[in-house]
Design a protein around this ligand. Structure first.
Ligand SMILES: [Zn+2]
Length: 537
């Protein structure tokens, strides 16, 4: 049972009833607040930009359909930090604070220890080896040790020690932050063997049901030799044509995608599994494991509120290769629509209708392929090779350092040189984040991504962060990316559904730091009073 549940429930009811007249979307608040939900489901779809559900809406018949029809959608939700990537996005959705405060400023960064800088992966931790793979030189350890704020599962745990907290994703840098700082079951995929794994940080042994799942179910799911499109012919026009030279490797750009064609001719099983881990079978595996965990752990089926976080990563893996308007991304989203539709039905059966709540959002968006943007009339859109930018930056660092002086003087000299050479639209010095008045409105986003001693950008070790042009894609020869501070990378869906939420939409600007406190509010879980986000209902 929850500590002080009755007392707290009274407080929550009072807050809700007074807030009823003040909140911006009162229609979203159900008139009757009943029991807390038995299960909180937090879903993050990697790289799901804010326009994609709307664009493909007429094709959805499953979970997305239900969320769009029965849930409450914030259509103008966005991340309010500059470095829009996976680890920061998932951590922000879970903790209700900006990367500047939860600490996962990027997927990886240069980490200062004393006078030394060393590479750091956001969820890397060699003191927490992977369970069953104790040699960290072979397989690096993982934990949330770099995450310095509690998140929704931790707030739940503080309220109720018996609450079960589970997080599952294809990616470690999604599963770990979604699990907060002390979830019991946190699993991600080891592609080469197609197993879900965890680290000694979380557990000292794999549960039998997970071993069975890895041994028996995973080879079946990952055995699929090809990826076929799910897009009905009459709806293909919602995405662009299937083939474009700027997709993937420029050759394998059309359906069906066949493992044996896209791998070397003598594909090993490990190569085939790695291929599958970037394709929809990985989402199928996450959702299949979620269903097993639901049963084995009786999630939402006891007299407690439990937490289940799911990270669906395929949209990002293939979105990078084929772009947001590709037939591939369209097909991935149709698959996720089906998977979520089935899962929501399972929740209705196992947990009970009206006994669970779900929040769905994304860790970041993506920039439209520059070539396609040009075809659509944006002649400013340009693909710039990242390597050539980096090559030009290194002599500037050497020159700025040669001039001597304080770190602040060096950073100002370096920022001026980069801007004068036209290599970036703006070069922000770290000092400028704290002097009181940000240089421009983007600087606020950069400040929200700034954590001293965690240098995530090319020049951050020298206290400078770069903003490239809005129409410039700085990256590789094909495909696309995110990581910028522009709207296309920050804009994400944010939808809530379940007990306490009435259907509706709002175009109020809201932020991803609001995601966790809103879910907590719907589950009557107290939140820290120093969050950057707030309850939306
Ligand atoms: Zn990505």
């Amino acid at each position: 049972m929850r500590k002080g549940q009755l007392r707290f429930r009274g407080v929550a009811a009072a807050v809700v009833s007074t807030a009823f007249f003040a909140v911006m979307v009162p229609s979203a608040v159900a008139a009757q607040q009943g029991e807390p939900p038995r299960l909180i489901v937090s879903i993050a779809i990697d790289q799901l930009r804010g326009d994609l559900l709307d664009r493909y809406s007429e094709a959805f018949t499953g979970g997305f359909r239900r969320l769009l029809d029965e849930g409450f959608s914030f259509t103008q939700a966005s991340h309010a930090h500059a470095r829009t990537s996976t680890a920061p996005g998932h951590a922000t959705l879970t903790t209700g604070v900006y990367p500047a405060r939860h600490g996962l400023v990027a997927n990886s960064w240069q980490h200062r220890r004393g006078m030394q800088w060393q590479n750091m992966y956001a969820v890397g931790d060699d003191e927490s080896p992977i369970l069953g793979f104790e040699n960290v030189d072979v397989l690096a350890g993982r934990s949330p040790r770099n995450l310095i704020r509690d998140g929704l599962p931790d707030w739940l745990h503080a309220l109720d020690e018996d609450a079960r907290r589970v997080s599952i994703s294809r990616k470690d840098r999604a599963a770990v932050p979604l699990g907060g700082r002390n979830s019991e079951h946190v699993y991600w995929l080891l592609p080469e063997v197609a197993w879900f794994i965890t680290s000694t940080f979380y557990r000292d042994g794999y549960p039998g049901w997970l071993r069975d799942f890895n041994d028996e179910v995973m080879p079946e799911i990952f055995g699929a030799p090809a990826w076929e499109s799910l897009v009905p012919e009459e709806l293909q026009h919602l995405a662009r044509a299937d083939s474009a030279t700027y997709e993937f490797d420029g050759v394998h750009t059309t359906f069906p995608h066949v493992s044996a064609d896209e791998n070397a001719p003598d594909t090993t099983l490990a190569q085939h599994y790695v291929w599958g881990a970037d394709r929809p079978v990985a989402d199928n595996a996450v959702m299949a494991l979620a269903a097993v965990a639901l049963d084995e752990l009786d999630l939402g089926q006891r007299d407690e509120t439990d937490y289940l976080a799911l990270g669906l990563s395929t949209n990002d893996r293939m979105g990078h290769q084929h772009g947001p308007f590709s037939q591939e991304v369209f097909s991935i989203l149709l698959n996720v629509d089906r998977l979520l539709g089935d899962f929501f039905e399972l929740l209705d059966d196992e947990v009970g209708e009206g006994r669970w709540i779900v929040g769905l959002s994304a860790d970041h968006g993506v920039v439209t392929m520059p070539e396609y943007a040009r075809e659509q009339g944006n002649l400013e859109a340009e693909r710039i090779q990242r390597d050539s930018v980096l090559q030009q930056l290194s002599p500037m660092v050497a020159e700025a350092l040669q001039g001597g002086g304080s770190p602040r003087e060096v950073s100002e000299r370096l920022a001026n040189a980069v801007e004068a050479a036209g290599l970036a639209t703006t070069a922000y010095t770290h000092h400028s984040y704290t002097r009181g008045e940000p240089a421009d409105s983007f600087a606020v986003l950069y400040r929200n991504s700034y954590y001293p001693g965690r240098a995530w950008d090319t020049l951050s070790r020298w206290e400078v962060d770069l903003r490239y042009g809005q129409d410039d894609y700085v990256g590789s020869r094909t495909g696309t990316n995110h990581e910028s501070s522009y709207w296309y990378d920050r804009w994400v869906p944010m939808i809530f559904m379940g007990s306490g939420v009435n259907p509706g939409t709002s175009d109020e600007p809201v932020y991803t730091v609001d995601f966790a406190p809103t879910l907590a509010g719907l589950a009557f879980i107290p939140i820290p009073d120093d969050l950057d986000g707030r309850r939306l209902f």
